[in-house]
Design a protein around this ligand. Structure first.
Ligand code: ZN
Length: 99
C-alpha cells in the first residue's frame, strides 16, 4: 500500500485520505469581447499560432496555461481546508501582526 503524508500538516495519512485538485488558468472575460471577434476566423488564427509556437518562432504563452495542483490531505486538514480554501485567515493574521 502506498504511503501518503498530509501536504498541510505533514503527518502520515493512516485513515481517511483526501485529495484536493486545483486548476488555475487565465479567466476568459466575455465583457472584453468585441463584435469584430465574432467575425474573425479563430480556428485559422489558432492554427497559425500553434504553427508559430511549434516552429519556435513564438514562445508558448506561459501564464495562460492551465496549472494543475494536487494535494493529499488528512481528515483534520480536509476540514481546515474547506473552512478556508484560499488561506485568507492566514493572510489576515499576517496583516494584523504587521500593524
Ligand atoms: Zn493534515
Amino acid at each position: 500500500m502506498r504511503h501518503f503524508s498530509c501536504d498541510i500538516c505533514g503527518d502520515s495519512i493512516h485513515d481517511e485520505h483526501y485529495v484536493v485538485k486545483i486548476e488555475l488558468f487565465a479567466a476568459f472575460d466575455p465583457d472584453e469581447l468585441h463584435e469584430t471577434d465574432f467575425d474573425a476566423d479563430h480556428l485559422a488564427m489558432i492554427t497559425e499560432e500553434v504553427a508559430a509556437i511549434e516552429s519556435g518562432q513564438v514562445e508558448a504563452p506561459r501564464e495562460s496555461g492551465v496549472q494543475r495542483l494536487r494535494f493529499d490531505l488528512c481528515e483534520g486538514c480536509r476540514g481546515r481546508f474547506l473552512d478556508d480554501p484560499l488561506g485568507r485567515d492566514a493572510l489576515g493574521r499576517v496583516n494584523y501582526s504587521e500593524n
